[in-house]
Design a protein around this ligand. Structure first.
Ligand SMILES: [Zn+2]
Length: 267
């Protein structure tokens, strides 16, 4: 089995996890910029984080033959401070040239607040102005549907945004249709305890088809499973899906979306 892990926060994972990903057949791991579990105190904290994502983490991955790519932004959980967000966005241009940077993400909403929405608009504007792919985080639980609608409205109102260059992540049964109908890609995040289990994700695939969808683990510093994608592939196999269908979902689809960035190269 060969697959791509399109959403993993490897700065929070031990080196053994890189080895496990490689052993499971992972060919590339992609790391969106995210919340560290605590709020950073200044833009300088983000500057160092971006250095970690662009210079240090690719070297850790390379030790296991894994390619490492990343996305940069200020994440929605720290987007309440609009002034800080502006300072962080001002840091981004110098990092866009790095060979492993795929685009802007994971931007989006967390609590659907007015300030989060303002910062989302700022980052969509930045991505459009710099011809970057976009990866979007959607809120959890009861805020998800409203947040997804707000995000889709922001994307639609910027006429420079091409829908097929945006992936909306953490979709569930009640949001996946909205996202696909708007012409975007949709990401399903597999969680070991709550939210979308591998079985639920495969149910969604069986309902909505396998175009413009990918699976990811979004493993981070919390309870999460770096091997969630190969486990979902196993669930597909158990249900009788063909090897070519599984390959499309876990390898060809992420390769197609990410390949819209010329820096993403995979054999
Ligand atoms: Zn994430």
């Amino acid at each position: 089995m060969k697959y791509i892990e399109p959403h993993a926060h490897m700065v929070s994972r031990v080196t053994d996890d890189y080895e496990r990903l490689a052993l499971a057949g992972c060919a590339a791991v992609c790391e969106p910029a995210f919340w560290a579990g605590f709020d950073r105190g200044s833009a300088a904290g983000f500057y160092d984080y971006f250095r970690q994502l662009t210079a240090h983490e690719p070297k850790r991955a390379a030790k296991f033959g894994l390619k490492h790519y990343c996305w940069l932004c200020i994440n929605p959980k720290e987007a309440e401070d609009v002034k800080l967000a502006g300072e962080v966005i001002a840091l981004l241009p110098e990092f866009l040239e790095c060979p492993n940077v795929l685009g802007i993400g994971e931007i989006g909403l967390n609590k659907n607040s007015r300030n989060e929405l303002k910062v989302l608009e700022m980052q969509v504007d930045f991505a459009a102005g710099h011809h970057q792919l976009i990866l979007v985080h959607t809120p959890h639980l009861e805020d998800k549907l409203k947040g997804t609608r707000l995000i889709l409205d922001v994307l639609k109102s910027d006429t420079r945004i091409r829908p097929e260059r945006v992936i909306i992540d953490h979709v569930e049964e009640h949001t996946v249709g909205l996202v696909l109908d708007a012409g975007h890609w949709a990401g399903m995040t597999l969680y070991p305890e709550t939210k979308c289990s591998p079985a639920r994700a495969v149910d969604i695939l069986e309902t909505y088809g396998n175009e413009c969808l990918w699976l990811n683990s979004a493993c981070d510093w919390g309870v999460s499973d770096p091997l969630a994608v190969p486990k979902a592939a196993l669930e597909m196999k158990k249900r009788g899906h063909l090897a070519a269908t599984i390959d499309k979902v876990i390898f060809q689809n992420p390769k197609k979306f990410l390949g819209q960035c010329p820096k993403f190269k995979i054999g």
